[in-house]
Every structure is written in structure tokens, then in C-alpha cells.
Design a protein. Structure first.
Length: 89
């Protein structure tokens, strides 16, 4: 959330990478059940709640969303094409 808002304010384009279940990513699950965190987690529930709010606010600044690694180059190309079309106007 910190990076997305700041990058957007500077004119950068952002891609939200929320990988599909087959990748075994756990970060996207951290807000589902804040009472059941991994044993290694040192993040407090209060901090998680703050991050969840920031993440929700940052979503409006996301230019593309990707669920599969193979889709990343296409998302980048889409952003570049949109940016190029904006420059032509």
C-alpha cells in the first residue's frame, strides 16, 4: 500500500500481483483470518488492521491486476500501450 500510493502520485504505473492458489502465496490470505496468523508472524493484529485499510485505499491506484506469472508481460504491454495512446492525444 505504501508503494502503490506513492508511485501513483509520481506518475508511475502499478501492477497488483495477487497470485493464484497454485503458487502457494500466503500474503493475500493474511487478512482473511487475523486471529490465526502463522507462528513466525510478529505483526500485531492492530498493525494488520491498519495495513488492510491502506491496501483497500491503494486499490484505486492499481493500473493492472495479475494472477498468473505468465500474464505479467502482457499486463506491462497493456499499460505501455495505454500510456502511448494517452501521449498521442
Amino acid at each position: 500500500a505504501y508503494d502503490v500510493g506513492g508511485a501513483s502520485a509520481c506518475g508511475a504505473k502499478t501492477i497488483h500481483m495477487e497470485l493464484a492458489d497454485k503458487y502457494g502465496q500466503t500474503a493475500r490470505l493474511r487478512f482473511d483470518n487475523m486471529n490465526k496468523l502463522p507462528a513466525w508472524s510478529v505483526t500485531t493484529k492492530s498493525e494488520l488492521e491498519k495495513r488492510k485499510i491502506m491496501n483497500l485505499a491503494a486499490e484505486q491506484h492499481v493500473d493492472a491486476r495479475v494472477s498468473f506469472m505468465s500474464r505479467l508481460p502482457e499486463a506491462i504491454n497493456d499499460i505501455l500501450e495505454d500510456s502511448s495512446a494517452d501521449d498521442d492525444e
